[in-house]
Write a protein that binds this ligand. Structure first.
Ligand code: FE2
Length: 350
């Protein structure tokens, strides 16, 4: 079996495939690793047919929708998964053919209602149901500790002891484990009654993952992450360095506009000398009033360089083809000692 681990910090995803046919699948792909999956598929000559998701992730951004489009692959998830980009909804006991391999679905609710494990050729991809030396948490949306107990003790632990365990998270970079190793050494799996297990899980008091709501929003709906929005904007606009902008300010050019897109009070406190003000929220509505010539060079500025990138991308979409964003923002501009003005000149307000 073709098998490769792709790590993104503590998040693990896996590329598996049939050696005889080069049919392959990616399990729990991470949006940060899009190029890696493509690189592996190209290098190994794989035809990625499926994206297997073990559950709706709340802690990282899934690349399932993007990879499905890229590879013309099918997204596989449990039937309780809400994501609109799922192509094949599966249930406990289903088999998905992957070349000459058969990937078995084991429904293991508890971490989430839609959690499944994928079992193929003595490899068990456990998602966040069973971790190495631990288990997934059961306190996030749709989690249920009693269901997790049953999924672990009634289902996973009854698999052959030599079964290899590959979880979706492996913060200590342990790689893999086996069912028998986990039964012997995983303290969360010590023999307990269901009530004792539920009590243990409820007493963990874990902090919510960062980006919880954003991850759930994008993973459940196929919507874009904020980073994706910024990334796409960043790919469509050039940037200008602070040093270069500072030099141009001295040239007193009249075909160049520095456009500060922060809120007005921030602008009044300190802005680049001569910068005009138009808040990002008003950009589309007011830009025509002030700039009748779409050929003008507009350099957008904000606090740290993100909103100005979005603003420059919007201006380019509107036809201001020479819009660029300052590489950095006012925060850095001030820290580096470049000149500033304060107050408001009515001629510079839009
Ligand atoms: Fe999870």
């Amino acid at each position: 079996m073709i098998f490769e681990i792709v790590a993104d910090g503590g998040c693990k995803s896996y590329v598996i495939g049939c050696e005889a046919t080069c049919s392959a699948a990616i399990i729990d792909p991470n949006l940060n690793q899009l190029d890696r999956y493509q690189g592996i598929a190209n290098r190994e000559g794989l035809r990625i047919k499926y994206i297997f998701e073990t559950h709706t992730h709340a802690d990282h951004f899934s690349a399932a929708a993007q990879l499905a489009k890229l590879f013309d692959a099918r997204v596989v998830m449990h039937r309780d998964s809400p994501a609109p980009h799922v192509d094949i909804h599966v249930e406990d006991g289903h088999l998905i053919p992957l070349g000459q391999l058969r990937v078995q679905v084991i429904h293991t609710p508890g971490h989430t209602r839609d959690s499944v494990c994928y079992y193929v050729e003595d490899h068990l991809f456990t998602g966040d149901t069973l971790l190495i030396g631990g288990t997934g948490r059961s306190d996030l949306p749709t989690g249920d500790p009693a269901q997790l107990y049953s999924s672990l003790f009634d289902k996973l632990l009854s698999l052959p002891g030599e079964t290899l365990v590959y979880p979706a998270h492996d913060y200590k970079d342990l790689g893999s484990s086996t069912i028998s190793t986990e039964i012997a050494g995983n303290r969360r799996l010590k023999p307990r009654t269901e009530a004792e297990f539920v009590e243990l899980m409820q007493s963990l008091n874990l902090a919510a993952p960062t980006h919880l709501t954003e991850a759930l929003r994008t993973n459940m709906t196929g919507g874009k992450t904020v980073q994706q929005m910024l990334g796409e904007a960043g790919e469509s606009v050039p940037f200008i360095s602070m040093k270069e902008l500072n030099a141009r300010l001295g040239q007193q050019r009249n075909d160049l506009v520095v456009l500060d897109v922060r809120e007005r009070d921030a602008y009044s406190t300190a802005h680049i000398p001569g910068a005009m003000h138009l808040a990002r929220g008003q950009l589309e509505l007011k830009v025509d009033e002030k700039f009748p010539d779409p050929g003008i060079e507009i350099i957008t500025v904000c606090t740290v360089g993100k909103i100005s990138t979005l603003a420059a991308a919007t201006l380019r979409e509107l036809g201001f083809v020479r819009a660029v964003a300052l590489d950095g923002g006012m925060k850095q501009w001030r820290e580096q000692g470049f000149p500033i003005d304060s107050g408001e000149d009515p001629a510079l307000l839009i």
